[in-house]
Design a protein around this ligand. Structure first.
Ligand code: CU
Length: 477
């Protein structure tokens, strides 16, 4: 069982000093064999690491934290200070470090001037804990609510409001949860990278006005953020096998990631590790998606640019030049070992194929007061609820009739891809997703098992689209 991050709190001062001295040592001793925790020895500090939140519960199988949404001020790059909304004072909010089977308790207080809720993106939990207005009353300013559920799956998840989400997420309300499993791939270094963008005005304030283009495409910012830092420099040692745990928390921006001079070994996505790791020169991430990548750093010092390459997601959006996301600086002495790249990973249970139970047509419609986004020609909350018997598997046909991509997100359950445009998905491409890009003018066939009762949401994860109609409910009973 991995040590919990809070174990430092239980050590004596002397033991703590000894531990810190060991962590800072640069000797060439082999790294400890601990597959479920990254060996910190080979990781270089560059000021971009997320702050792990303190576990307030001493029990080994429980994690408890206090979380407060409140206004704060941060500085993005060279801009004047920006007023933001935060979880516990930082953007991104805290990183919750837990393991499969942990009971997570989040004592949440809303110190914002408006009501909010927290949705736990990708986590399979009881519907009453999912943070949607289908199952929970808004948490009013000054009020508290305790979220409590058991973490069933290993992977990287994130949390954010599910009310006025286009505004509240843009203002800084998002945090991450890393849940470790029994068998984690070994790496010399591991980073959680939260990708976001904000639209800053010259005075440092966030541009909240929704112009026609932002309503159509989702707000895209003029400032790219990695872990809340504008296009930062990340430091790695030569030859290091680096595990990157990525989440796209932007409102509307797709990141089409490329690291010039290196390729990615894709080892996981939304639902954790995948059975068929594979190499990719580029990894496309819509808002809400996660990817788990291994990258081998070059053997000699130098720099690599992480960019977002042009991608056409509709309305001529693919004409933009490549965008710098971060710089990877390879420096200091080599790690001195060559860890293998995994060729196989754990396989999830394959859900059965079958005829479509539900057909969802995604489209856009221009109305007198602006474009709306529709499901079967209706705008939420007028989209009729779907019904699924408790324990059933249900097949979805998601047809994107519009001229732009929509990332389809299902709450509370993973789904698997059965077919794209009628072509069966290759048998070795089995994976669990909770968010997937449905490309323009195309169709995906998906399957999910509805083994938790309640009212669940599904929606486009371009938050401006969700808030302007592209959302629906599934009633499981
Ligand atoms: Cu959309």
């Amino acid at each position: 069982m991995p040590a919990k991050p809070s174990f430092l709190l239980h050590l004596s001062g002397i033991a703590l000093l000894a531990l810190l001295a060991g962590a800072c040592s640069t000797s060439d001793e082999p790294a400890p064999e601990a597959a479920s925790t990254p060996p910190a020895k080979t990781s270089l500090d560059d000021g971009t690491a997320l702050l792990p939140v303190q576990d307030e519960d001493p029990s080994p199988d429980a994690f408890s934290l206090s979380l407060e949404a409140r206004e704060s001020e941060v500085t993005y790059g060279a801009s004047p200070p920006t007023k933001v909304w935060t979880y516990n004072g930082t953007v991104p909010g805290p990183l919750i470090e837990a393991k499969v089977g942990d009971r997570l308790t989040v004592k949440f207080t809303n110190k914002l001037p408006e009501p909010t809720t927290i949705h736990w993106h990708g986590i399979r939990l009881p519907a009453a804990m999912d943070g949607t207005l289908a199952m929970q009353q808004p948490i009013e300013p000054g009020a508290s609510f305790t979220y409590e559920f058991t973490l069933k799956d290993a992977g990287l998840f994130w949390f954010h409001p599910h009310m006025r989400s286009d505004i509240q997420v843009q203002k800084g309300l998002y945090g991450t949860i890393r849940v470790r499993g029994q068998a984690e791939p070994e790496a010399d270094d591991e980073r959680v990278l939260v990708l976001d963008d904000v639209r800053l005005k010259a005075d440092g304030s966030l541009a909240e006005y929704l112009d026609d283009e932002a309503r159509m495409m989702g707000r895209e910012g003029n400032t790219i953020l990695v872990n809340g830092k504008q296009t930062p420099t990340l430091r790695f040692r030569p030859g290091a096998l680096v595990r990157l745990r990525l989440v796209n928390t932007a409102n509307g921006r797709f990141f089409n990631l490329k690291l010039a001079g290196a390729s990615f070994r894709v080892i996981g996505t939304d639902g954790g590790l995948i059975p068929g790791p594979h190499d990719a020169e580029q990894v496309l991430m819509s808002p809400g998606e996660r990817y788990d990548l291994l990258v081998r750093m070059p053997a000699s010092p130098g720099t690599l640019e992480l960019t977002s390459e042009p991608y056409e997601r509709g309305h001529d959006s693919g004409k933009n030049p490549p965008l710098k996301v971060a710089t990877f600086s390879v420096e200091q002495e080599p790690v001195g070992r060559t860890l293998p790249l995994p060729a196989a990973g754990p396989a999830p249970e394959r859900l059965p194929d079958g005829p479509a139970d539900f057909s969802l047509n995604l489209d856009e419609k221009v109305m007198p007061d602006g474009v709306v986004f529709t499901i079967n020609d209706a705008v939420f909350p007028d989209v009729p609820s779907l019904m699924a018997p408790l324990g059933s598997t249900r097949v979805f046909e998601v047809n994107n009739k519009s001229e732009m991509d929509h990332p389809f997100h299902l709450h509370g359950f993973f789904f698997q891809i059965l077919a794209r445009n009628g072509q069966p998905e290759p048998a070795d491409a089995l994976l669990n997703k909770d968010t997937i890009i449905v490309p323009m003018k195309s169709s995906l066939k998906l399957v999910a098992r509805f083994d938790e009762p309640g009212m669940w949401m599904y929606h486009c994860h371009i938050l401006e689209h969700a808030e302007h109609g592209m959302m629906g409910e599934i009633h499981v009973e």
